[in-house]
Ligand binder design. Structure first.
Ligand code: FNR
Length: 368
């Protein structure tokens, strides 16, 4: 007796249903964070330390939440971020997210470690749908070059290089549940043997190159014309380095609390970063994204007010997909759009450009 879809009124409702209906191993892999899960919890609660300073008597009869990210138009400033192993939650895997995103004109980031093949996920997209590729850099750079070139040829618009995972974090909930590959084949063509005793995450990630460094960035720029974004930046000094390296964007992110525990939340790094970028005239040189703990459109609004171009959302769509399939993903996105419209009206911002940093009070935020 699981609740019907229309009894889910917000993204957290999907999480509660997913926890009840998902297989234990799948729930453990999706929901877990690293170590004591302090970062995992704070990703969400950091938003509760930011308060709004709404404007009144602004004409908000019409609200337009469309925007651009990395040069392409999109209906709302969030994207489906990359999350590995979609088939643990739903037999059709990531293509369910592709179809949901297509319906709402939302951008999807395709994970290197998808359960569906990269081509299956590309084939599932609608005509003008935008997809990005998340890249785990292989120790064998020829494999990496092939993946990147193929993605570009298939029309991917941006390359998100994950930089916060030279080693996978210890997600003990996941490790305890001992990953069994129940039919979820992974696009892992490097022939590594899997150590399943370490949980799903560690079993699939041994090919990732821990020697990746700033020196490698020019090589990526030389092999692709796609926009390049560093995913998992956690301090302003590195945002400045990213500007100097000439990349197009960064995602301020701690990998959904799955890597370094007690790493700061994306929203708090954003609050600390933007004033410094503005001071140095760098804020227009690079697009800043954040992810982690975004569960309400009010969280999206706060990030945009503080200077983000857009936000990534991970687990909520996995949970909606696992609990209700495509209809769940569709409803989750619609709920976010409804919340977004209401929030923009109530804060007094008819367009995304009207969301300004004087509309949030960040005095309770720690500026790490
Ligand atoms: C992730 N994330 C992730 N990131 C990445 O760069 N490559 C990957 O393969 C994965 N895989 C993955 C699996 C699962 C189950 C989760 C929950 C997350 C991190 C992801 O892109 C993003 O940073 C966080 O999920 C954002 O936090 P929320 O929205 O899940 O709170």
């Amino acid at each position: 007796n699981k609740p019907t879809l229309d009894e889910c009124y917000n993204l957290l409702d999907f999480e509660a249903v997913a926890k009840r209906v998902m297989k234990k191993t799948a729930w453990a892999y999706y929901s877990s964070g690293a170590d004591d899960e302090i970062t995992l919890r704070d990703n969400h609660s950091a938003f509760h330390r930011i308060w709004f300073r709404p404007k009144v008597l602004v004409d908000v009869e019409r609200v337009d939440m469309s925007t651009t990210m990395l040069g392409t138009k999109t209906s709302i400033p969030f994207y489906v971020t990359a999350t590995a192993l979609g088939k643990l939650g739903h037999p059709e895997g990531e293509v369910v997210l592709t179809k949901g995103a297509a319906k709402h004109n939302v951008i999807q980031m395709i994970p290197t470690l998808a359960s569906c093949s990269f081509d299956e996920i590309c084939d599932a997209k609608s005509n003008d749908q935008i997809q990005w590729l998340q890249l785990y850099v292989n120790k064998n750079r020829e494999i990496t070059r092939k993946i990147v070139t193929h993605a570009e040829n298939r029309g991917c618009k941006a390359l998100f290089i994950t930089v916060d995972a030279p080693q996978l974090g210890r997600r003990e909930k996941d490790m305890r549940s001992k990953f069994e590959d129940n039919g979820s084949s992974v696009q892992n063509d490097n022939g590594d043997s899997m150590d399943r005793s370490q949980g799903a995450a560690r079993a699939i990630s041994s090919f990732i190159d821990p020697s990746l460094s700033w020196k490698d960035i020019p090589w990526f720029k030389s092999i692709t014309k796609m926009k390049i974004v560093l995913k998992g930046v956690q301090r302003v000094e590195d945002v400045i380095k990213a500007c100097e390296a000439g990349v197009d964007g960064v995602v301020l992110s701690n990998h959904g609390g799955r890597q370094l525990d007690t790493a700061p939340s994306g929203i708090e790094i954003l609050a600390a970063t933007m004033p410094i970028l503005r001071e140095r005239g760098l804020d227009k040189k690079i697009e800043i994204f954040i992810d982690g703990g975004i569960r309400r459109a009010s969280d999206i609004v706060k990030a945009i007010c503080l200077g983000a171009k857009g936000v990534g959302i991970g687990r909520p769509f996995l949970y909606a997909m696992s609990a209700y399939g495509l209809a769940g993903v569709d409803r989750a996105m619609q709920l976010l759009k409804d919340e977004m419209e209401m929030n923009m009206r109530l804060i007094g911002a008819p367009t995304i450009a009207d969301l300004e940093d004087n509309m949030v009070d960040t005095r309770a935020v720690a500026l790490h």
